[in-house]
Write a protein that binds this ligand. Structure first.
Ligand SMILES: NC(=O)C1=CN([C@@H]2O[C@H](COP(=O)(O)OP(=O)(O)OC[C@H]3O[C@@H](n4cnc5c(N)ncnc54)[C@H](O)[C@@H]3O)[C@@H](O)[C@H]2O)C=CC1
Length: 604
C-alpha cells in the first residue's frame, strides 16, 4: 500500500503488546457521521466536507482545506510518526498467540508503488467517480472469531456486536499520524526493539529488490497454485474488466469509513488510486511466491514509513479492499474466497509491518535535506544538490523518493547523480515535465536554503565490486544521472575494468551533462563515452558520437558478452534497450534497470 492510515496499534482490536495481534480485525465503525463528530469534538474543528463525502453521493468534495497542498508549513518537521513495534514480530516473539492469528501459510506480497501522482490534480483533487453506496447492512464486517480446529477463521458478525475504538481516536492517543507525535528515535541511537529479525545495517550490499516485473514473472512459474491462489486469481479475473470501479469504490469507502486516512494521501489521487490498488491486487495474486514477495514486501513496508504508515492502518485498508472485492466480484465471492483473501492480506500486511518495525531500529522514516546548490542546465533541467540532516547511506545506482515543501505527500523518485561523497551531499538531475508537481517545483521553485524530504534509498542497479567484468552503461536523458554515479563508483574502487557509456538525448542541446561525462572520460582511461543524439548533427567529443536512437547505436558496437549492463532512461528506452543489449550478447540476468512500472508512473 502506498499510503496508509491511522489507528493505533493497541486500540483494543489490534492488540499489540497484549499479545492479541489480530490487527486485521477492522474495528467496527460508527457511521461516518458519528465518527466524524467524535473527531471534530476532539480537535475542535468542523469538517463537513469529509462527512458528506460518501461514496453514494458522488459528493467527493476533497477540495477541503485540509487536502489542499499548501505551503511548507504543512510538512511536519522532525520528529514525525513513531512507528511502534506493535503487532510485529517483536510481539510474536514475546507473546506468541499463533492460534489467534490467521495462518500465513503463503506469505505473499502486495507491492505498493510509491505514493502519489505527478499530474497535478484535477481541480477537485481526489476525483473518484461516484460509486454506488456501500451497502452497509450487507457489507461484510470482519471480526476475528475463536479459532476452529486450530486454524483461524474470520467471519461476519453483526456490526452492532462490535465496539472497537474509532481509528482516529486511538491514533491520537498514540501520536498523530501527521506530525505531532512523539519523536521517532534517531537511527543511530535507537535501541533496537526485540525482534525476530536481524537488524539490518545500512547500507548493506543491496539484495536485489524484486521489481514488479520480477514479481509478475515469478507468478508464472510452473508450480501448481495453492487453493488460496486459485481463489484469489478467480477474483482477480472477475474484477479486471471493472478495475476502475473497484478502485474508485475502494478509495471512496476508505475515506468515508476512515476520514483521517485522507490526510495521508496526496491531494491528487489520479495516479495514487491506480498504484495502491493495483499493487495490493498484484501482490495478492502472487501470494504463492513467498520468497520473492517477502523481499518485495519488506522493501515496500520500509518505504511506507515515510508516509506515516502505522501497523493499525492495515486493517482499515484490508477491510475496504475486501469490501470492494466482495461488491464487484459477485460471481466468485463467497466464504472460501473471502477467507483466502483475508489470509493473503494478513500475510502481506504482516511482512510489511515487520519490515517497517525492523527498519525503525536502524534508520529514520525520512530525511530532511537542505538545498545547497541549484544549477539550471537547460530551461527544463536542473542539477540540485542537497545536504541531508543526518547521514544518508546509499549505493551508487540507487534512487530515493523526494517530497517538496510545496506539495506535501507527493513523492517522486530520483536517482542519485553521484556516488556517495565524503561531504555527505547528494545530487539529483531533475527535468521539469509538463504538469509535473515535484519536477517543476524542483526545477523552477527550489532554491538554496529550501528543505525537501527524502525517503530511504532503493533500487538494485548497483555494482558488484567483487566482479571484474566490464560495464556497459546506457543512459538516456536524465537517466544519465545514475550512470554517472556508477562511473564514479568504479573510479573510487580503484579497479580498472572497462566501462562503456552510451549517453543519449534528443538533440545536442539536451546533452546537459556531457561536459561532466567527458571530463570523467579524460580522467579515466578505462572509460569511454559515446554521445548519441536522436536528431541533428552528431556531437563532437567522446570516444565516438552517433546520430539516431540509443539502442541502435549500441547495436553498432560489441559484442559485449563479458559485460554487465546498466540501462537508465525513459520507459520506452528501457524496453527497447533490453532487446538491444541482448542483441549485443548480454544475457538478461546481467542487465540491470529500475522498475519500468515505477518509471511509468513516476515521470520525472
Ligand atoms: N532523473 C533521474 O534521476 C532519472 C530519470 N529517469 C527517467 O529518464 C527519463 C528521462 O526523460 P528525458 O530526459 O525526457 O528523456 P528523453 O525522452 O529526452 O529521451 C532520452 C533518450 O532516450 C531515447 N529514447 C526515448 N524513448 C525511446 C524509445 N522508446 N526507444 C528508444 N530510445 C528512446 C531518446 O532517443 C534519447 O536518446 C524519464 O523517464 C525519467 O523517469 C531514469 C533514471 C533516473
Amino acid at each position: 500500500m502506498d499510503a496508509p492510515t491511522t489507528t493505533s496499534a493497541d486500540n483494543g482490536s489490534s492488540g499489540g503488546s497484549s499479545g492479541d495481534w489480530g490487527w486485521f480485525t477492522p474495528p467496527a465503525k460508527k457511521s461516518s457521521g458519528e465518527q466524524q463528530e467524535r473527531q471534530n469534538s476532539q480537535d475542535g474543528r468542523a469538517e463537513p466536507d469529509e462527512r458528506s463525502a460518501h461514496p453514494d453521493h458522488g459528493d467527493h468534495r476533497e477540495h477541503h482545506a485540509r487536502d489542499e497542498p499548501n505551503d511548507r508549513e504543512q510538512i511536519p518537521s522532525r520528529p514525525v510518526n513513531p512507528i511502534r513495534p506493535v503487532g510485529t514480530a517483536a510481539e510474536r516473539v514475546r507473546e506468541p498467540e499463533p492460534s489467534q492469528a490467521p495462518p500465513a501459510r503463503h506469505p505473499g506480497g502486495a507491492p505498493t508503488a510509491p505514493a502519489s501522482a505527478e499530474q497535478p490534480a484535477a481541480a477537485s483533487g481526489y476525483a473518484a467517480p461516484a460509486p454506488a453506496p456501500p451497502r452497509r447492512e450487507a457489507e461484510p464486517s470482519w471480526d476475528r472469531q475463536p479459532p476452529r480446529g486450530g486454524q483461524s477463521t474470520w467471519e461476519r458478525v453483526p456490526a452492532r456486536e462490535r465496539e472497537p475504538e474509532p481509528v482516529h481516536q486511538s491514533a491520537r492517543a498514540t501520536g498523530a499520524p501527521t506530525g505531532s507525535a512523539a519523536p521517532a528515535p534517531p537511527a543511530q541511537s535507537a535501541a533496537p526493539a526485540p525482534s525476530a529479525f536481524t537488524p539490518r545495517a545500512r547500507p548493506a550490499a543491496p539484495a536485489p529488490e524484486p521489481s514488479l516485473e520480477a514479481v509478475t514473472a515469478s507468478a508464472s512459474s510452473a508450480e501448481p497454485a495453492s487453493p488460496d491462489a486459485v481463489l484469489i486469481r478467480r477474483t482477480m479475473a472477475e474484477i479486471e474488466p471493472v478495475a476502475d470501479k473497484v478502485t474508485s469504490y475502494f478509495y471512496a469507502l476508505l475515506f468515508v469509513q476512515y476520514p483521517d486516512l485522507r490526510a495521508l494521501f496526496p491531494a491528487s489521487m489520479d495516479t495514487q488510486r491506480d498504484r495502491l490498488f493495483k499493487a495490493l491486487l498484484t501482490a495478492a495474486q502472487h501470494v504463492d511466491d513467498a520468497e520473492v514477495l517477502t523481499a518485495y514486501l519488506a522493501n515496500l513496508g520500509r518505504g511506507h514509513r515515510k508516509y506515516g504508515t502505522q501497523p493499525d492502518h492495515y486493517p482499515a485498508v484490508g477491510e475496504c479492499l475486501l469490501s470492494a472485492l466482495a461488491r464487484y466480484a459477485t460471481s466468485s465471492w463467497g466464504p472460501e474466497t473471502q477467507a483466502a483473501w483475508v489470509r493473503a492480506y494478513t500475510a502481506i500486511s504482516q511482512i510489511m509491518i515487520d519490515a517497517a518495525a525492523e527498519d525503525e531500529a536502524v534508520a529514520p522514516a525520512w530525511w530532511q535535506a537542505e538545498v545547497v546548490s541549484h544549477e539550471l542546465r537547460t530551461p527544463d533541467i536542473a542539477v540540485v544538490t542537497v545536504r541531508p540532516d543526518q547521514p544518508y547511506p546509499f549505493l551508487a545506482g540507487q534512487y530515493t523518493s523526494v517530497e517538496t515543501p510545496w506539495w506535501p505527500r507527493i513523492w517522486r523518485h530520483y536517482s542519485f547523480a553521484s556516488a556517495p561523497r565524503s561531504d555527505g551531499l547528494l545530487s539529483f538531475h531533475v527535468k521539469a515535465v509538463p504538469a509535473g508537481w515535484v519536477s517543476n517545483a524542483m526545477v523552477h521553485r527550489a532554491r538554496p536554503g529550501d528543505v525537501i524530504r527524502l525517503g530511504a534509498p532503493g533500487g538494485s542497479m548497483t555494482i558488484d565490486h567483487t566482479a571484474r567484468s566490464g560495464l556497459l552503461c546506457v543512459g538516456g536523458g536524465t537517466g544519465i544521472a545514475p550512470i554517472k554515479a556508477l562511473v564514479e563508483d568504479v573510479a573510487e574502487h580503484g579497479v580498472r575494468r572497462p566501462v562503456e557509456v552510451f549517453y543519449g538525448a534528443r538533440s545536442n542541446e539536451d546533452l546537459y551533462d556531457l561536459d561532466t561525462m567527458l571530463r570523467l572520460e579524460q580522467a579515466h582511461p578505462w572509460l569511454s563515452v559515446r554521445p548519441v543524439v536522436a536528431t541533428g548533427p552528431a556531437v563532437r567529443g567522446g570516444t565516438s558520437s552517433e546520430t539516431g536512437q540509443l539502442p541502435d547505436a549500441v547495436r553498432q558496437y560489441g559484442p559485449y558478452r563479458e559485460y554487465d549492463a546498466y540501462l537508465s532512461g525513459p520507459p520506452g528506452l528501457i524496453r527497447s534497450g533490453v532487446d538491444a543489449l541482448v542483441g549485443v550478447g548480454i544475457p538478461t540476468d546481467r542487465i540491470r534497470h529500475d522498475s519500468i512500472e515505477e518509471l511509468v508512473s513516476a515521470g520525472d
